[in-house]
Unconditional design. Structure first.
Length: 230
């Protein structure tokens, strides 16, 4: 309905959209059932939970979330690691490969790396995986001036932003096709995140704007505010 209202200037109720979709034989994609098994890995240094499920930020580079997922192809698993700025809610900072033990922080965030600041927090994934409890990863956080934060084991709400992104990715892309090669899946992931998710998919948390449009408006407003006070 947001697309009809914001782009085409058409206002209608949710019930009318549901009826028209039903008459046309159109159905939305649904999230799959089942719960993933969590295997805690606690050998590395753990961080306290500084976020406490409050995933809000008043500006960029204040709160970032990180998580790791995997999906099968005929050639084997493809692993996807992502880092997201909570303020923009974009799927930026992605990296993928055939191993889940690659170089930490390999993905380049679309909106840039977190700027060194004592106020920055990086909320790492809820599975306490070795990728995020390793000395190499915690060293990277320290170099970037980021304070680490980690939720409890097996509780999706403690990393709700990353879990929501992966749920959308799973239902809108990964589970809808068969993936013969890692290269095919890698290309599809790039197109989904960089082309669709960040530039065309509307987010209710951003007032039904796309992350790119939300960022553009915020930066324009910030520039105008600075110009008016100069």
């Amino acid at each position: 309905m947001a697309e009809l209202r914001l782009v085409h200037g058409i206002r209608c109720s949710r019930k009318r959209v549901a009826r028209l979709m039903r008459d046309a034989g159109i159905a939305g994609v649904h999230r799959r059932n089942g719960r993933a098994k969590v295997r805690p890995r606690v050998e590395g240094p753990l961080c306290p939970d500084l976020v406490k499920r409050t995933f809000t930020a008043s500006a960029p580079n204040q709160l970032w979330v990180a998580d790791l997922t995997q999906h099968g192809t005929d050639e084997g698993w493809l692993y996807l690691a992502t880092v997201m700025d909570v303020f923009f809610a974009s799927g930026g900072g992605v990296g993928h490969g055939r191993s889940c033990y690659g170089r930490p922080g390999a993905g380049r965030p679309q909106h840039g790396h977190p700027e060194p600041s004592a106020g920055n927090r990086a909320h790492s994934p809820l599975d306490h995986g070795v990728q995020y409890t390793s000395l190499a990863f915690t060293r990277r956080l320290k170099e970037a001036g980021i304070t680490g934060s980690m939720g409890t084991v097996g509780d999706a709400l403690d990393n709700a932003v990353a879990e929501s992104f992966f749920a959308s990715l799973q239902t809108e892309l990964l589970d809808r096709r068969h993936w013969p090669t890692r290269a095919a899946l890698s290309l599809a992931l790039f197109e989904y995140i960089e082309v669709f998710y960040n530039r065309h998919r509307r987010h209710s948390t951003l007032g039904y704007l796309t992350p790119e449009e939300f960022e553009r408006r915020w930066r324009e407003g910030r520039a105008n505010q600075l110009a008016s006070t100069a």
